[in-house]
Design a protein around this ligand. Structure first.
Ligand SMILES: [Zn+2]
Length: 482
């Protein structure tokens, strides 16, 4: 058993907020109690977490892992490790791999590949249409059976409204959402940045907001008529937020996410033709950032999702209009949110909810996104004042495409556990169960990210050797580390 003591704990799901101690028993949360209440437990490892925040392990519902097919950009292993470093314990990966995840076999491949790795838990999102071509519906029931937790043609809109309707009818029956990349490409055609005075001045073709908004409006109506769950990916405009707000008022089953970069960066980042500021949907104006932040703060936008999109350098070291869309996200999502919390833009509890409980709830991920007794011990311990720099050395992803390179952040996930297993920052005492109170605060502060991660995994592996729960199930993450 492990006791985390002295921390500020926030569990949005159960409403527990304040100074508490947390008791973890093997793979599950055993209890939360008043400070010091687990002091007399014999044999428990005690981790001093004073000054830290303990929150449910973060959940990212929009990640591109690039495997199979584009392993030079990212693999399931490197993506899941980078995610765990960033505080995530569960990530959902989009199907635009090669081959596309439009078959149960590919979904199973991803799940099997992810098993036994040292990072975040990986859950696949299946394609809505075969090959993401929007022509023929994929075999949704088989993919669901294989473990897909949602469906999406992300990167592409589903133009055919009839197909979208059928897909929604299927997804309703299967109890999962369809995640929509909302973009009418007849409106955004060939655009590579926000359509504005700036795009005109820069001589770049713009992507108007209405390209996103017309599709959001259509899918809200399809959600209304089918009663199915539509999840809107990466909302980028205030008008989009307004449409979602009204749909929620009308009791339509709709949820939405926003990407951290759309909250803190504007089209001004594109000014120097920096291809690392090129994403889809594009960065907009400050007033849109403000509307998105307000929508996130009041819960209209349910969650924050990174839209982690690794690209090899040669896909970005080209002319702006030819460069690939997308940036890295899993290591910078939490620190960006912490910046917004410090600036008073998003209440602290709401920010934590938007990264953990809310996405877990939106996607029906049982036992995840909660610190309630009996929940999986997926835990993120945040050091809100840790100062660090995102550098080539601290990036764990295989790619480097981020506009935040060499940016100084304050706040970081210091310790991360997935089902009770340390994925980042194992305390020294976790090495030797039964060794004691006063366990050092977790995390080799001076060590590089890679060293910390490697150490955590080594300690974890050693710990697995002695922990009684390790033998329980060879196929899950904890039982098969290394
Ligand atoms: Zn997308």
């Amino acid at each position: 058993m492990i006791v985390f003591t002295g921390a500020w704990i926030c569990d949005p799901r159960s409403g527990v907020v304040g100074e508490r101690d947390l008791l973890v028993d093997g793979r599950v949360i055993k209890d939360i109690g008043a400070p010091g209440c687990f002091r007399s437990l014999a044999g428990a490892i005690v981790v001093d977490a004073r000054g830290k925040w303990i929150v449910p392990g973060l959940v990212d519902v929009h990640v591109h892992l690039r495997e199979p097919g584009f392993e030079w950009k990212e693999t399931i292993e490197t993506g899941a490790e980078a995610a765990a470093w960033g505080g995530f314990t569960t990530i959902l990966c989009m199907p635009n791999t090669k081959p596309v995840n439009d078959h149960a076999e590919i979904s199973r491949f991803i799940i099997e590949r992810a098993n036994g790795l040292g990072g975040a838990r990986v859950l696949p999102i299946g394609a809505v249409s075969m090959g993401l071509e929007g022509k023929e519906l994929a075999l949704l029931a088989e993919q669901r059976e294989a473990g897909c937790v949602a469906f999406s043609d992300d990167g592409e809109p589903i133009y055919n409204a009839g197909m979208m309707r059928r897909a929604l009818e299927w997804s309703k029956m299967l109890g999962v959402p369809i995640c929509c990349h909302e973009e009418d490409k007849t409106l955004s055609c060939g655009g590579c940045m926000n359509e504005s005075a700036l795009s005109l001045r820069m001589g770049l073709r713009g992507m108007p907001k209405v390209a996103e908004e017309v599709m959001i409006a259509r899918d809200i109506e399809l959600a209304r008529t089918t009663g199915a769950h539509v999840h809107i990916c990466h909302v980028s405009s205030g008008r989009g937020v307004e449409l979602i707000r009204r749909a929620k008022n009308d009791q339509i089953h709709i949820t939405a996410e926003v990407a951290p970069h759309h909250l803190v960066l504007t089209e001004e980042s594109v000014r120097g033709y920096d291809t690392n500021a090129k994403m889809s949907p594009p960065l907009r104006e400050q007033f849109e950032c403000d509307a998105l932040i307000a929508g996130l703060a009041d819960g209209t936008i349910d969650c924050v999702a990174s839209d982690h999109a690794p690209h090899h350098w040669d896909a970005k070291e080209v002319e702006f209009d030819k460069a690939a869309f997308g940036i890295l996200g899993v290591q910078t999502t939490l620190p960006i949110m912490l910046e917004l919390v410090r600036g008073g833009r998003v209440p602290r509890e709401r920010a934590i909810d938007a990264m953990s409980s809310a996405p877990a709830k939106a996607f029906g991920l049982e036992g995840t996104g909660s610190l309630a007794p009996g929940a999986r011990a997926d835990i993120c311990i945040i050091d809100p004042s840790k100062e660090w720099r995102l550098s080539k050395e601290t990036i764990l992803s295989k790619s480097r495409n981020t506009p935040f390179l060499d940016h100084d952040f304050t706040g970081q996930a210091e310790t991360v556990l997935v089902e009770g297993s340390f994925r980042k920052g194992a305390p020294q005492s976790a090495d030797a169960p039964g060794n004691t109170p006063g366990g050092r605060a977790p995390g080799g502060q001076e060590a590089s990210a890679k060293e910390t991660e490697a150490n955590a995994r080594k300690q974890d592996a050693r710990k697995q050797g002695t922990a009684k729960q390790s033998a329980r199930n060879g196929t899950n993450l904890q039982g098969s580390v290394l």
